[in-house]
Design a protein around this ligand. Structure first.
Ligand SMILES: CC(C)(COP(=O)(O)OP(=O)(O)OC[C@H]1O[C@@H](n2cnc3c(N)ncnc32)[C@H](O)[C@@H]1OP(=O)(O)O)[C@@H](O)C(=O)NCCC(=O)NCCS
Length: 182
């Protein structure tokens, strides 16, 4: 974990599991937060495919101001299958940014995934941002993935045997469509 402190939210939003009733709001939020509709379509497709393992929303005064999702991956390491997820997307509405809502969402997602027995989580993101939660490039390095690189980060969530020989790290199939019509 980086020595950078995770801040407390200035306006503490409530972090809760999303329900089906949140789907339209989450879809609209993603279309607002990203320049293209790829992330909104990704979450829709992950849901249709049954690959979402976690969707959390941040709620402030009964309004959804942020979301985070995690989806199942197929990951092999040391010739065994590892319980692993991809964290994506993460989004907070512009008016609520810079107040720790994003950090609260990531921290809550990590806690949920850890208690669910997930061993490894991957994210494609800024090492400065995700480093504060313990994600690093070293954990993801060596896994065979189209996202491999310095922004492909991983975190070990549960004490298991160290990974000596990383194998394939395959995202849910909805990711394959990302960027196809960009
Ligand atoms: C990234 C995002 C979720 C952060 O939400 P937030 O609630 O403002 O985050 P926090 O308040 O917890 O943290 C803010 C910090 O994140 C940094 N940050 C914001 N966006 C960032 C980005 N894309 N890359 C790296 N750091 C970023 C800010 O500079 C700030 O840094 P500081 O702590 O040094 O001041 C939000 O800016 C967002 O929705 N952006 C558009 C969608 C997006 O890019 N999602 C990330 C995909 S990995």
């Amino acid at each position: 974990m980086s020595d950078r402190k995770i801040r407390r939210m200035k306006h503490p939003a409530v972090i809760r599991a999303a329900t089906w009733a949140d789907a339209p709001v989450v879809d609209a939020l993603l279309r607002t937060c990203f320049p293209r509709d790829e992330e909104a379509r990704l979450v829709q497709q992950l849901a249709i495919d049954g690959d979402l393992v976690l969707v959390l929303v941040a709620e402030d005064d009964d309004a959804v101001v942020g979301m985070i999702a995690a989806s199942r991956m197929q990951v092999a390491a040391d010739t065994r299958e590892v319980a692993a997820v991809a964290i994506a997307p993460l989004a907070v509405v512009r008016a609520a940014r810079g107040q720790g809502v994003g950090e609260a969402l990531v921290a809550a997602a990590i806690a949920h995934l850890r208690s669910a027995g997930v061993e490894l989580a991957f994210v494609l993101g800024d090492p400065d941002y995700y480093g504060r939660f313990g994600f690093d490039a070293a954990t993801a390095r060596g896994f065979d993935s189209p996202y491999a690189g310095e922004n492909f980060l991983g975190i070990r969530l549960n004490d298991g045997p160290c990974v000596h020989t990383p194998g394939a790290a395959t995202h849910a199939r909805a990711f394959a469509a990302l960027g196809e019509d960009a």
